[in-house]
Design a binder for this molecule. Sequence first.
Ligand code: UT7
Length: 331
Amino acid sequence: MNGVNIVGIGKYVPDLVVTNDMLSEIVDTNDEWITTRTGIKSRHITNGEPTFCLGAKAAKAAIENAGVDPKNIGLIIATTITNDFTTPSVACLIQREIGAVGSMAIDINCACAGFVYAFDMAKRYLETDKNLKYVLVVSAEELSKITDYTDRSTCVLFGDGAAAVVLERDESKIFSSYLGADGTGAEYLLARSYHSETPFTTNHERFDDKMPDGNSRFLFQNGKEVYKFATKTLPLAVEESCSKIGITPEELDIIIPHQANVRIIETAAKNLGISMDKFYLNLDSHGNTSSASIPLALCDAVKDRSLKRGDKACIVGFGAGLTYGGVVFEF
Ligand code: UT7
């Protein structure tokens, strides 16, 4: 066996809580629609505090929980689609705040599957670099930055928050992963970045990038296509990551999915033929926080003892890219 041990875990969410009723004051929606279609009741939204600060607070909580010296963290992997700066990375800003100067620091962008990808990467680094003692994986997101609060079909879904884990190598623990992507579905979930308009540019017409919603910087989603993709890949990633280590999904103690929509999770549970009781949910109070959603749920599961030492757990994510992935590990 060749796994990782979660030495510490921590989260941070902004104080501001936006309820469904508050949203119904700004767009034509209501608590009943949001609850029955998504399972979400409220979400945390930043009151101006940047993404890296959320990440740094979550990281500090995880480091304190682990009881390790930040100087012994050799690698920081941050996941975000809502960085405050194009450069530097959010990982470098978090490193500055937590005093882990000298460590490697990288951001990865795999949208809502980001934490699963980062967890897998951390394990691979720990496996191949024996000088590395601890890896910090921190997921920090402010979806409110790229959400159009006049679009009722998306603004009810998203929230802000951050969570982190400190990992060490542990050869006594099980670990397996199944990760993938399908770029042919890139057009179904996107938010635009900058494009070049220099004094030398003569063609000011938009290049046809085969993506919709040409001028908006806000999140665009084809909800139905993403829904179809999610209900297919979630059970696939659970099944494949389990089968790689010769166990069945029934043998898992807990499944912590990306917290996008309770109906997606119910369909996945049905397809897998396992009870919803095995799926951990906190989306009612957090909404969809992209890559932060799985570690936020992981944190809450540890806190309320739904996840205990020795449990076999599966984390499973899916999102823009389109990306997906599952990791089975022992807590
Ligand atoms: O992180 C991964 C990302 N995303 C996801 O996992 C999302 C995947 N997709 C979904 O979860 C669902 O597709 C949504 C929750 C986004 C939408 O649910 P739906 O059952 O697919 O609804 P719909 O888009 O088919 O809309 C049904 C109706 C429409 O009205 P008409 O055309 O039937 O009159 C919408 O205009 O609901 C209307 N609608 C709303 N009504 C009240 C859409 N948004 C709202 C709203 N409040 N917030």
